[in-house]
Structures are given as structure tokens and as C-alpha cells.
Design a protein around this ligand. Structure first.
Ligand code: FAD
Length: 308
């Protein structure tokens, strides 16, 4: 039985595991993919005290830091269910069979890119449909691509891609872009970015091997239009990885784990931190701070609940 079982392996989970281990309690980490979103990130320039680094490098540093403590890391495994037994022990079912027991649990399962849910998207995922401009942008060097979504991430992606690819078409569902004005100005100043608003993407088109274009509906005229291109970068937001928690703990309308200022969830002994929670800004330093806070919150819970 662990004292604290951390579910997740990103910045929030790493911070929580280190804070827990430093309290001398039995700590485990169950992570599907250690490093989390950092593995999909190239340049990081806002990790305070480190002027510039890269995601995979920061992920490796995090793992090494966690491993320097007495922490049982179980990588490559996914939590599939959470239960509380009669004596208050929390049970985490691991996909594939095992069940792990812990006196407290830290949920730090992060988030993933939101999908368009249109025909062709799944079929051409990785064959033209992409979610990470930093990872896949160079694959489309000299070609035409689309960015779906005109929020900050979409416009940042368009500006980023415009430096690599031949042409970028931004498709925004709404009648106006939601990105910060400074980003919009930058995008409009670049010669190879075209912005189309009121555009609802309806289908990813391909030749059986790779993406060749997309169809969208003009939401004002109702006309269906086609754009020929080689890549589609979907930038319409992040979804928290909390499906397995539905009906188990309180989630917000967007599926985020509702936490208080100490990281406590609606279930006693279950804490949460990072992008999977209602914490408003999704950033590395914020996830780490939340992981530390929630680990201390969980430690507080443990010392109050143990009368051994
Ligand atoms: P994540 O990093 O998402 O980690 C979640 C972890 O949980 C992963 O290890 C995952 O495998 C695991 N997991 C999920 N479900 C399960 C399950 N059921 N069982 C077990 N494990 C599970 N932030 C910045 O501050 N600066 C930047 O420059 C920056 N750039 C970014 C660029 C990109 C392309 C992306 C995608 C994100 C960027 N971010 C940046 C955001 C930052 O990466 C996130 O805010 C941060 O990683 C969140 O940390 P987290 O620990 O909450 O979640």
C-alpha cells in the first residue's frame, strides 16, 4: 500500500512525487508516458530560472530528479478506474489487470489536444492531420497547410508554420479571431497567412495515403468550399484526461477535476493538480506549483487521518 500514489508523469506529477518523497512517505508514480506534454514541446522560454530549454530535455531532467528519490515509478501504464474501499483505502485499477492501493492519490493526468470529430480526421491522423506544430511543422516544408482554430494557439501555430511552409490557411468557426491582438497583427503582417472566419471544417480529404485537402462550410452563405493542402493542424483547445473519473469525482462542465486551493477533490484522500484540473492557466510552472501544493495538501490529509 502506498501513502501517495501519483497518477501521471508530467510536470504536476513530478513535483508532487518529489514533495511526497521528501516527506519520507511511500510514494508511487503511475504514468502512461513520463514527461507528458513536454515530450511534444520544442522551445520553452518561460520556465523561470532557465532562460531556454527544450521539452524532452526538461522531461528527462524531471524524471532524473524524481528517480533520485525513493519513488516507485511505473511507466507505460494507464489508470482505468478509481474506487474507495470501506476502510478509506483508494484503489486504482491499471489497464490490463493490476490494482494499486494507496492511502492518498494525486491525479495529474494532464490534457490532450481537442479533436474536430469530422470524417477523415482519424483516418489521416499522422498522415497529414497533426496537432503539434513544433513536432510536425518541418514535415510540411514548402507545402500548404491549414490551421483549424483562431485562438491563441491557432494563431501562434500559423505564425510558427508560416516560417516553414509555403502557405497557411487559418479557419476560424466564429465570425472573428479570439487570439490576442498582438498575435493577430503579427499573423496579418506575414505574407503567406490567409485567415478565413465563419468557416466550419466538415471533412478531411485524402487519397487513401495522405491528406490532399479539406472541405468547409461557409457559415454565412452555407456554401461548401474546398482547400487543397498537405497538412491540417488542429488547434481548438485542450481536453483534460479525465474520462476514467466520470461519475467518481466532481468534474467541471469541461471535464476538469474540481480542486480547492490545496488541491483537494470531492473525494477525501484524492488530490489533483495541473492541466487536468480547474486551475485556470495551463503552463509548466503553474502545473509544478499546483503539484507541490496538492502534495502538501495530501500530506496534511494523511497526518490527520492516520491514528495508528
Ligand atoms: P501533462 O504534461 O499533460 O502530463 C500528464 C501525464 O499524465 C502524462 O505523463 C500522461 O501520460 C499521464 N496520464 C494521462 N492519463 C493517464 C492515465 N489514465 N493513467 C496514467 N497516466 C496518465 N507550458 C509552458 O509553461 N511553456 C511552454 O512553452 C509550453 N509549450 C507547450 C507546447 C506544446 C506543444 C504543448 C502541448 C504544451 C505546452 N505547454 C507549455 C503547456 C505545458 O506543457 C502543460 O501545461 C504541462 O505539461 C501540464 O503538466 P501536467 O503535469 O498537468 O500534464
Amino acid at each position: 500500500v502506498f501513502d501517495m500514489l501519483v497518477v501521471g508523469g508530467g510536470p504536476a506529477a513530478s513535483a508532487a512525487a518529489i514533495y511526497a518523497a521528501r516527506k519520507g512517505i511511500r510514494t508511487g508514480v503511475l504514468a502512461e508516458r513520463f514527461g507528458g506534454q513536454l515530450l511534444d514541446t520544442v522551445g520553452i522560454e518561460n520556465f523561470i530560472s532557465v532562460k531556454e530549454t527544450e521539452g524532452p530535455k526538461l522531461a528527462a531532467n524531471l524524471e532524473a530528479h524524481v528517480q533520485s528519490y525513493d519513488v516507485d515509478i511505473m511507466s507505460g501504464h494507464r489508470a482505468a478506474d478509481l474506487r474507495v474501499s470501506d476502510d478509506g483505502t483508494i484503489e486504482i485499477d491499471v489497464e490490463g489487470g493490476a490494482t494499486l492501493l494507496s492511502r492518498s492519490v494525486m491525479l495529474a493526468t494532464g490534457a490532450r489536444w481537442r479533436e474536430m470529430n469530422v470524417p477523415g480526421e482519424q483516418e489521416y491522423r499522422g498522415r497529414g492531420v497533426a496537432y503539434c506544430p513544433h513536432c510536425d511543422g518541418p514535415l510540411f516544408k514548402g507545402k500548404s497547410v491549414a490551421v483549424i482554430g483562431g485562438g491563441n494557439s491557432g494563431i501562434e501555430a500559423a505564425i510558427d508554420l508560416a516560417g516553414i511552409v509555403k502557405h497557411v490557411t487559418v479557419l476560424e468557426f466564429d465570425s472573428r479571431l479570439r487570439a490576442d491582438e498582438v498575435l493577430q497583427r503579427k499573423a496579418r503582417s506575414m505574407g503567406n497567412i490567409e485567415i478565413i472566419v465563419n468557416a466550419q471544417t466538415t471533412e478531411v480529404l485524402g487519397n487513401g495515403e495522405k491528406v490532399t485537402g479539406l472541405s468547409y462550410s461557409d457559415r454565412v452563405s452555407g456554401d461548401s468550399r474546398h482547400v487543397e493542402l498537405a497538412g491540417i493542424f488542429v488547434q481548438i483547445g485542450l481536453v483534460p484526461n479525465t474520462d476514467f473519473l466520470k461519475g467518481k469525482i466532481d468534474l467541471s462542465g469541461r471535464g476538469e477535476i474540481i480542486v480547492d486551493e490545496r488541491g483537494a477533490t470531492s473525494l477525501p484522500g484524492v488530490f489533483a493538480a495541473g492541466d487536468a484540473t480547474t486551475s485556470p492557466y495551463k503552463q509548466i510552472v503553474i502545473a509544478m506549483g499546483a503539484g507541490a501544493t496538492a502534495a502538501l495538501g495530501a500530506f496534511d490529509y494523511l497526518i490527520r487521518s492516520s491514528v495508528e
